[in-house]
Each structure stands twice: as structure tokens, then as C-alpha cells.
Design a protein around this ligand. Sequence first.
Ligand code: FRU
Length: 486
Amino acid sequence: MSRKLEEGRAYELREEKRFPRTLRPAVHLAPRIGWMNDPNGFSRYGDRYHLFYQYNPYGTDWGAPFWGHVVSEDLVTWEHLPAALAPDEDYDRDGCFSGTAITHPDGRHMVMYTGFVLDEEDPQGRGIQCQCLAWGDGREYVKSPANPVLTGADLPRGGDPHEFRDPRLWQEKDGTYRVLLPNNDPERGTRLLIYRSDDGESWSSGKVFLKNEDRLGWMWECPDLFSLDGKQVLLLSAMDEAPNKRVYALLGEVDREKEAFLKESARILDQGFDFYAPQTVETEDGRRILIGWLQNPDTAGDRPKDLPFCGMMSLPRELRREGGRILQRPIGELEAYRTEPVIRRDLRLEDEEIRIDGITGRVLDLELNLRPEERGFRSFALRFARKGDSWTEFRFEPEDGLIFLDRSRAGPEKATFHRKQIKIRGNGEELQLRMILDRYSAELFIDQGENVLSTLVYADSDAEDITFNVSGSAIMDIAKYGIKEK
Ligand code: FRU
């Protein structure tokens, strides 16, 4: 083991005590200590799920990433393992960037990631990016002597080796490997490349799997590809003008002869402020589970500076497809964590703002259904993490089918990115909402998860009030649960 990894491991073991349970989110995964960004290597290996993450143990800002490592049986409760990779080789000394993991037929955990080395000559201060392998047993990971296995020399004409990262690796039925790799061509824009290999170490020359014909961002990051109820889904995290980094889910087919993605449609996966770089895994019972970094990379600086960590993952979400819609819902396993239900049915609200006994707090799982009354239903506002005039607001205007998310009054840490308005499918005038609030975040699932909005909530910890406001009149059913903390 390198000194860098050994020191990182000793440091996290010692310093994680500065991050007590009471400061952690209840069910959202946060780093052991320090900084977390993208999920990496999300996989089932042996009898547990493994998740790695972009990790700087030494501070609460991004810095030459290690790979942090956690394991779980139910994808809700995670156990921290020692950091798996450190930036300790010539080809990755400034960071072990994002990547993926699969189980090799011989039983080893096979990891592919991007090595990053700052380029002194680059006027923008970027780094050279190359692709590397590491082999593990679920705890200890050893980098391949063949590294780097793909470099700038393997790029098709025009490719920029400073923008060549985040391998998405898989193995075909015939035992050969494929990897998808985003790359930028300064002349023609970003594209996704595909390479093939017999052993994972020597790779073919790259071909273009998908071009950016629709201008979805100037550089793609962190691709994922999987099938969902009979269609292929390609996830791309697109770098764009700040603060519009977002995740696109493309539906389509893979042309296996040409090794190309045939896009049929594209949608934004999460319409909130904070969601990026997701990866998925398939459970043993065939569900597709997605987990993302609950942060907009452009606004990671807007936060209280007195916490011993920065960054967390979204809840794991189950994906389903119905026609052209992708539906997301919090993983079913979360229901086993519900406690102390408060259930009210047929509450009539008319031009008023109410509080409901027993429905307050910053850690809760809330389900709500709102039906219009004859007299007309003009708007609904849910204000949460509220203290006096400070709150985060979710608003629904049924006549226009509009949803608003507004955190312009959300406590002392002013976010640069405040308000969102989205048009949802006219769903009669009913609203179905599930909201998980977990200390520093809210994830809102609307209409069976066809629309999802995620946001960080950096309000004071005692901002615990929740109010319900209706203009016009409507009938509400509501169920609120606490969430058991492990
Ligand atoms: C996305 C990203 C990846 C890269 C990693 C570095 O957030 O920029 O493209 O691999 O973060 O930490």
C-alpha cells in the first residue's frame, strides 16, 4: 500500500470523530469526513452493494480525489470501509477521477477510473486525463501494472486529452469488454466514445457512440447505460453554462453492429437545484437503482462553513419506464425506516395557511395528495424548514400546471441559484407529492416520480416548521413518518 493511501486511511479513521452521527443526514450517505462528489463504481459485488465516491478527506473543498468506499445490504444503511484508491501514481497523482466497477469472471472486483495529472502548459490550468484499472477483493484495491490503459494517443482525431474521463465499463456475453468515454473535440463539441477489449487492458481504437447533435452541454461527464423496461437509457451529466449543469436521460436503442446510440428522446432527470453525476446498479430482484451526487457543482460553495463535511448522495431511487416517461421513486427499502406515522385524511383547506399537529421537523418522509374542490383550487404552497419568515417553498398552480421551487428565503446561507419553475403534465388538477426531508436536503417526487426536484436546504437546524397554504379550496390527505436513524 502506498504512503498516500496509508496516510489517508489513518487520517479518516482519526478525523471521522469530528463528524458525529447527530450532524449526519439520517439516511443520505455523506463522506466519512471531508468532501464528497460523484458516486463511482456502484455495483453489486459478493453479497453486498459497493459504492465508491470522489473524496477529499483533507478538507471540505474539492481536492485531488481519493476513492472513498462504502458497502450496504439494503442501499439505505451504509458501512464505511477504508478509502480504496489514493492519487499515488505518476499517471493519477492529481486525482483518481470517476469511473465504474464490475465483477470479473475470476471473482475479482474490476475498477476502471480516470487518472488526472495537472498540465503545467495548459493555459486553463487543466490536466491530462487517462484511463486506468484497479483490481480488488471488496476491500483492498491494487492498480494494474498495465496503467494507463487508454491515453490521449487513443483518441480519434480532434479529441482533447484534457477532456477525456469517466469510463463506463461493462462486459458483453461473449466475455469481451466495452467502455464508454466522454471526450471533447474543440471543433465539433462533446461526444461519447466506445472502445472494445478482450482483456480490459489492451483496447481498440475509439469510435463515436453518440455525437452531441442537440447541444446538450459542451462536455459530457459520467455516462451510464442500461436497459429499462425494454428500452435503452443513456445518462449523461452535461457541463453547461453555470448553473445549468444537469443530467439528461436519453431513451433509445443501441445499434450493436455500428456500436452507436440511436436517440429517440431526451429529458432532464431531476429538475431541482442539486443533482449530478448519477450511476445505477441492478438489484438481485431486477430493479434499476439510481444514486446521484446531491449537489450542483457550480454552487458547492454556498453552504455553512462550520460543518466537517461537504457533499452527500441522493436517496437511492428505483427507476421505471412507462412509454416515454421515466418514473423515479425512493427505494422501497426506505419504507422499513418509517416510524411514528401521523395520518390525516380529507382535510379541507380554504384560503388559509395551516400547521398540522405532529407534522414538523427536518427528518421526515411525507406523502400528500391534494384534490380540488368545486369552488376552484388556485394554488398550494408547502413551506418547510421554516422559522419565522425563512423557509423553502414548493408551490403548485394547477390551472397552468406549474410547479415552483423557491429557496430564496432559505436561511442564512444564500444560494446563488434560487428559483425554479417547471411545467408538469396536466394531471387533472390533482397533486401527488412525496417529500423526503433529511436535515440538509429535500427530495420531492411529483406524480409518481415523473417529475423530481432535489435541493439542498441549509437552513438553521431549528427551522422545523411546516405550513400548508391553499388559495381557493382543496381536500388534502397526508401521511407523515419519522425516519429511523441508524
Ligand atoms: C463530475 C466530475 C467528473 C470527474 C470528477 C472529478 O463532477 O467533474 O467528470 O471525474 O468530477 O472529481
